[in-house]
Write a protein that binds this ligand. Structure first.
Ligand SMILES: C[S@@+](CC[C@H](N)C(=O)[O-])C[C@H]1O[C@@H](n2cnc3c(N)ncnc32)[C@H](O)[C@@H]1O
Length: 468
């Protein structure tokens, strides 16, 4: 037990999935802050470890996190831990009997699982480890199929698969409380999605984005580059009302060429509304419409609880915006005398992000969050490239590696003040508020490091849907 805030608090252990490692702490922090709680890691906290023990929380806090997280697999009430079996034993014997007793009663059933990270144990070794816990005063009967209480011995053999130690670095024992929502990754996989496109966002990352954005029931969430609506699907799962816009008429209306192999045209009802219907979330669908993010159509004022989006980077779709009278270009000689308004023109990445941040500053409610992806050419990346805004505070910046030389960063910002006229001046004067111009050439840089083989790049660490 840890002493915290002058009173004795239980400790909890989270067992985290070992993918999207960078996204885990911001997710857990966001979910705890939805309950007005902070993440209080124990001493020796290692963010990379698959096991985190946290202080200062209640079981309800932990259950609430587990009802949302896709980064954590399971949560336990931590009864003891140590670097060796002997240390674990003395830690467990120090755990108050009165706190153990309700779960060890004669009339209750139980089972003990053994989980090892970075090592596979033989069945007989697992049994030995369970037998070695004989000093715990279990009174009830073992029931492997449907026990009243589940306990787990968790062993950490480090992170290096090429250097697995004989003995674990650390051992934990605890009472299982709840599993996280990893199942959503399978149940909402885009492979089984009614309506998909080339850049549909992976289900796991969509849920992570919704969690980073602290999306909750009855919120109003907007995606200005909505595509096939994967982010709306995730947000509606948490009970938010969702809407979106996209410049592409075919995507919004669910017509035109299909993205699926062996299918030429999109079928009837292949649209975003049907995606929500597939998961029984149609009641949260407000609408989607064709609109250019560079020329937002919303009336002034704070409207959205969260803006979650995956802007185009120009890899799988062009970054275009509609032309306007402001952008009248020089007409060709034969048309001289006539003004020519371009139908569409390049939408530079730096402008996409500047527009997005300005839009969020104006249209988020106070405390509302903007969550978006920012493509990065890794050899040149530094933190200063991430665009800032005087009204938005940077909450987290997590990297997903795409290849040896490119990645994208999930940026989470929170609105901290209403925009004022002076903000426009400070944006012009302060270089931190001008997004990195070099990203305009992200497309060229993305392709520059790829070796081509049969017309296809052979250096990919991502899935097809990973790159926009
Ligand atoms: C990366 S995709 C979004 C994918 C989406 N998250 C999904 O899961 O399907 C980017 C989208 O931005 C749209 N887009 C490109 N330029 C735009 C603009 N100027 N205004 C609005 N949408 C635009 C594209 O049509 C594309 O659907």
């Amino acid at each position: 037990m840890a002493l915290h805030c002058g009173k004795t608090c239980r400790q909890y252990l989270l067992h985290l999935a070992h993918d999207h490692v960078d996204f885990r702490l911001p997710e857990i922090k966001a979910l705890l802050s939805l309950r007005g709680q902070q993440c209080v890691p124990s001493e020796n906290f290692r963010e990379m470890s698959p096991f985190w023990h946290l202080n200062g929380l209640s079981e309800d806090d932990v259950r609430s996190v587990m009802s949302r997280t896709v980064c954590a697999k399971s949560a336990f009430e931590l009864w003891g831990h140590g670097n060796t079996a002997a240390e674990l034993k003395s830690s467990l014997l120090g755990y108050p009997l009165k706190d153990m007793a309700p779960f060890l009663k004669e009339e209750s059933t139980y089972k003990i699982n053994v989980y090892t990270f970075n090592k596979t144990l033989l069945f007989k070794d697992r049994i030995e480890k369970i037998d070695a816990l004989g000093y715990l005063p279990f009174q009830g009967k073992v029931n492997l199929k449907d026990p009243d209480h589940i306990f787990c011995l968790l062993e950490d053999y480090g992170l290096d698969p090429n250097d697995i130690p004989e003995e674990p670095f650390h051992i934990y024992f605890g009472r299982w409380i709840a599993d996280g929502q990893r199942e959503l990754i399978r149940s909402h996989s885009v492979k089984k999605r009614h309506f998909i496109g080339n850049t549909s966002m992976d289900a796991g990352l969509s849920f992570i984005m919704a969690n980073h954005a602290k999306v909750k029931a009855h919120d109003l969430v907007y995606d200005p580059f909505v595509g096939t609506g994967s982010l709306l699907v995730a947000c509606s799962h948490f009970g938010a009302y969702v809407c979106g816009t996209d410049i592409d008429y075919n995507t919004i209306h669910g017509v035109g060429k299909a993205s699926r192999k062996n299918q030429k045209w999109r079928g009837p009802d292949e649209n975003i509304r049907a995606n929500l219907r597939q998961y029984d979330r149609e009641c949260f669908f407000l609408d989607v419409m064709v609109s250019d993010a560079s020329k937002p159509v919303w009336r002034k004022g704070a409207l959205f609880d969260a803006i979650i989006t995956d802007p185009p980077y120009g890899i799988r779709e062009s970054t275009r915006k509609t032309g306007s009278h402001k952008e009248i270009i020089n007409p060709p000689e034969e048309l001289s005398g006539e003004s020519h308004v371009p139908v569409s023109m390049a939408y530079h990445l730096s402008d996409i992000f500047a527009d997005l941040l300005n839009f969020a500053a104006h249209h988020l409610v106070m405390g509302g969050r903007l969550v978006y992806w920012f493509p990065v050419y890794r050899p040149e990346y530094c933190e200063e490239m991430v665009p800032l805004h005087p009204c938005l505070s940077l909450i987290s910046n997590c990297e997903q590696t795409l290849s040896s030389h490119t990645s994208r960063r999930l940026i989470t910002m929170e609105k901290i003040k209403e925009p004022e006229e002076s903000d426009v001046l400070s944006q012009l004067a302060d270089p931190r508020f001008s997004p990195y111009q070099g990203h305009n050439s992200f497309r060229e840089k993305y392709f520059s490091g790829l070796t081509k083989k049969n017309g296809k790049s052979n250096e990919r660490t991502t899935t097809e849907s990973d790159v926009s």
